[in-house]
Design a protein around this ligand. Structure first.
Ligand code: IPD
Ligand code: CA
Ligand code: CA
Length: 266
């Protein structure tokens, strides 16, 4: 019998987290992927190698999309979305806000998700229809009802930074809320919306591996995910808005207004 998907994802994420913690205490070997701020470390690569080989061992034939490019396309309707180290810049600067993010989708449906921060030993999990947890405790989105009383988070790309429209949005949302945090890990940002620490998140240009696990966490914790038009967010789409649901429409209207005023995408 095939291993339970979530159980397997948890075991694999914890193994990868152990590798990240080993690497965290070693001198760093930083490489640049092209852009001056787009870095990759030995930790990203070792973690991915471990995750991909375990998925192949447990679920031979499943497809894998993994950030460092060692995944595979297959004919399977099952696909794993893997970010072996989300928050590489933080990791490289010894700022302990980083995680492993692993999600399994069956065609377009996310089935299981794990986001694991090994430094703080925080393990977020979700399985479709079964809710979301942190370290085994059920989590739920916040009850904050208005943008003006909310705490938000966002992120900025490490690639093609000058093309990002996000500074405009960052400024405006900062003035309309209790504040906007910029923690450097989209997967942890989404997990924090799911667990009610943050009330809303948006970002441009994220990849499937950045958001797949976090989206299922938010959906299972009772939140809402869309684009700025309110259409369902498609994995890898140009912009994501993920909230506790209560402030979704308010955030969406503000975002659309900024997008029209500044003629920036959204
Ligand atoms: C990055 C982080 C960051 C986000 C960037 C991502 P990485 O992922 O999630 O928060 O703002 O857009 O690229 O490169 O650390 O895996
Ligand atoms: Ca990432
Ligand atoms: Ca990464």
């Amino acid at each position: 019998m095939s291993k339970n998907y979530l159980q397997a994802a948890v075991e694999i994420a914890q193994g990868a987290g152990k590798i990240l913690m080993e690497e965290f205490s070693r001198p760093l070997d930083i490489r640049y992927k092209g852009d001056e701020a787009d870095i990759v470390t030995q930790a990203d690569k070792r973690s991915e190698q471990f995750i991909v080989s375990r998925i192949n061992e447990y679920f031979p034939g499943h497809a894998i999309t993994a950030e460092e490019g060692t995944g595979q396309d297959t004919a399977s309707e099952f696909r794993w979305h893997v970010d072996p180290l989300d928050g590489t810049t933080n990791f490289a600067h010894q700022y302990p806000c980083f995680c492993v993010s692993i999600a399994l989708a069956q065609r377009d449906t996310l089935l299981a998700a794990v986001v694991f921060n090994p430094y703080y030993n925080e393990l977020y999990t979700a399985a479709r229809g079964e809710g979301a947890t942190v370290n085994g405790r059920k989590i739920a989105i916040s009850k904050v009802a208005t943008l003006s009383t909310s705490l938000l988070c966002t992120g900025f790309p490490t690639r093609n930074r000058k093309l990002s429209p996000n500074l405009q949005y960052y400024g405006e949302f900062t003035q309309r809320s209790h504040g906007v945090r910029r923690d450097g890990s989209a997967a942890l940002d989404l997990a924090s919306v799911a667990s009610g620490r943050f009330d809303g998140f948006w970002e441009f240009g994220l990849n499937k591996w950045d958001v797949a696990a976090g989206i299922l966490l938010i959906e299972e914790a009772g939140g809402r995910v869309s684009d700025f038009e309110g259409k369902p967010y498609e994995l890898g789409g140009p912009v994501i808005l993920a909230t506790n649901g209560s402030i979704h429409e308010e955030m969406r209207k503000v975002a659309l207004e900024i997008s029209r005023r500044t003629r920036t995408p959204g």
